[in-house]
Design a binder for this molecule. Structure first.
Ligand SMILES: Nc1ncnc2c1ncn2[C@@H]1O[C@H](COP(=O)(O)OP(=O)(O)OP(=O)(O)O)[C@@H](O)[C@H]1O
Length: 281
């Protein structure tokens, strides 16, 4: 009976660990979690089988302190996990739900739109849903539903300052303009470094790893791409096309790991310097 219970215990704990680690895409977070799970396992073994009360107590304290540190470091991810549990979105937790797929025509239209917005110094914020679990309640205001075929003219019209929907973001899902005037949750990253349009792009991509945000600054015409709460900016149209093309390819196969790799590669000083030189008006 004891062995049966122990096997079940190990099986359930292993599955939980596998589920948790399988959902993490960022390498550093993965290392942190692996290290923490290893500590927990050692502490459990010591407590259960090692007759070493003082060492066990020390390990217990270490696990507690590391748990607190992790909770502080991963507060965004933990918040998202609790939101998903609270709203019953278990399919998302298991990684099965995928809507909003895009194809390469979306990239062409998007790059064209962004190029024109940048030239005209017209501010813009575009959310590209690559198959996430976005729901209206994920936004501060879901805006106005449009559900129209994606086109450059319509996009330029939506961002034109004379139109009522120009404030907020345009949401693209499944090659269509899903809605406009969407107000995104803001990031808590430094407000002194970014204005609210840029903070909104960071805020959404911090919470939804399968969303990208393209921002055009009204002030400078600069193009930025936000992914997983990080910016690559300033970038040229060509760079944007390459990054979006890569992101679309990642929709099939092992998307998330390669996406993180692409964007981290893109953050090399050389790339940024080259992009900023080309993008300078
Ligand atoms: N939470 C939000 N969600 C979507 N759009 C937002 C949000 N907050 C602000 N915006 C958009 O950003 C505009 C204000 O941009 P602001 O100048 O504050 O930011 P910025 O990042 O400095 O952008 P820019 O470089 O274009 O000036 C608003 O008019 C609105 O259209």
């Amino acid at each position: 009976m004891f062995w049966l219970r122990l096997s079940f215990d190990l099986l359930f704990a292993g599955s939980l660990g596998f589920l948790l680690l399988g959902r993490v895409t960022e390498p550093r977070t993965l290392w942190l979690l692996r290290g923490y799970l290893l500590l927990v396992a050692v502490a459990w073994l010591l407590q259960r089988y090692g007759d070493l009360p003082l060492t066990s107590k020390l390990m217990e304290a270490l696990v507690l302190v590391c748990g607190l540190a992790l909770a502080i470091l991963l507060q965004g991810e933990l918040r998202r996990l609790m939101e998903l549990l609270g709203t019953g979105r278990l399919d998302v937790l298991l990684g099965s739900r995928q809507t909003g797929r895009q194809d390469s025509s979306t990239v062409d239209i998007l790059v064209d739109t962004v190029g024109q917005l940048s030239k005209r110094r017209c501010g813009g914020l575009i959310v590209l849903d690559l198959g996430s679990d976005l729901r209206p309640e994920d936004f501060l205001n879901p805006g106005i539903q449009i559900d129209a075929l994606l086109s450059v003219d319509l996009m330029l019209n939506l961002f034109s300052s004379e139109t009522p929907l120009h404030d907020g973001a345009v949401l693209l899902q499944a090659n269509r303009i899903a809605s406009a005037g969407v107000i995104l949750p803001l990031s808590r990253q430094s407000i002194t470094r970014h204005g609210t349009r840029h903070l909104a792009a960071l805020g959404l991509t911090e919470r939804h790893e399968r969303c990208l945000c393209v921002v055009v600054s009204e002030e400078s015409g600069t193009i930025s791409l936000a992914c997983q709460g990080k910016f690559e900016r300033p970038i040229t149209r060509e760079r944007l096309r390459a990054l979006l093309g890569e992101a679309l390819q990642l929709q099939s196969g092992d998307r998330r790991k390669r996406q993180a790799r692409t964007l981290s590669k893109a953050q090399t000083a050389g790339d940024l310097a080259e992009a900023s030189a080309k993008n300078r008006p």
